[in-house]
Ligand binder design. Structure first.
Ligand code: MG
Length: 172
C-alpha cells in the first residue's frame, strides 16, 4: 500500500470514528457509559484504574476499523427494524429481540476478537449480568418499543475489548 493510501485510510478511520460516536449518542449511549462498564470489569484486578484511562481505551477500541464496521452494521439494522423497513421473518426477530436469533452476539464477537481471549470472557460476563447502560437500553427496548437487539451487544463488546486492551497493557 502506498503512503498516500495509508494516509487516506487513516482519515477514513477518524471520520468513521466520529460517525460511530454520533450514532451511539443518537441511540442513547455516551462513551462515558461504556467507560463505566470497562471500569466495572477491571475494578477487581486494577482497583486504582482511573476513569480517564478506561475512557481512553474505549476511544482506542472505536478507532479500529473492524469495530467501526461491526458497530455501524448492527446499529443500522436496529434502526431499520424500528422504522419498519425490514421484511419478515427478520423484522419480528429483531423487534422482539428473539433469544435464539444469535447473530447480534456473533457480530459483536468481531469487536471482541480484536483483543483476544480475555475479551471473550469479559463479553460473556457483561452479556449475562447486563450492568449499567446495558440494563438501561434493554429496558428501554422493552418499555418504549425501541429496537436495541444489536446495540446492547455492540456496547458490551466495546467495553469488553477496552477492558482487554487495559489488561494487556498492564500485563506488559
Ligand atoms: Mg442483543
Amino acid at each position: 500500500m502506498n503512503e498516500q493510501r495509508i494516509e487516506e485510510n487513516r482519515l477514513n478511520d477518524t471520520k468513521k470514528y466520529d460517525i460511530v460516536v454520533k450514532r451511539l449518542q443518537e441511540r442513547g449511549v455516551e462513551l462515558k457509559d461504556i467507560a463505566e462498564l470497562t471500569l466495572g470489569l477491571q475494578r477487581q484486578y486494577l482497583p486504582n484504574l482511573a476513569y480517564e484511562d478506561a475512557l481512553e481505551h474505549v476511544k482506542k477500541v472505536i478507532m479500529k476499523r473492524e469495530v467501526q464496521n461491526a458497530a455501524l452494521t448492527g446499529i443500522e439494522l436496529d434502526v431499520l427494524a424500528e422504522k419498519g423497513l425490514l421484511s419478515e421473518p427478520l423484522a419480528s426477530m429483531l423487534l422482539n429481540d428473539y433469544g435464539l436469533y444469535g447473530v447480534d452476539e456473533v457480530l459483536a464477537l468481531a469487536i471482541v476478537n480484536v483483543y483476544g481471549s480475555i475479551g471473550f470472557t469479559n463479553f460473556g460476563y457483561i452479556d449475562k449480568l447486563k450492568p449499567g447502560i446495558i440494563g438501561i437500553i434493554d429496558k428501554k427496548g422493552k418499555d418504549e418499543g425501541k429496537c436495541h437487539t444489536f446495540l446492547d451487544d455492540i456496547i458490551g463488546a466495546i467495553a469488553a475489548a477496552a477492558a482487554s486492551s487495559i489488561a494487556h497493557r498492564f500485563a506488559e
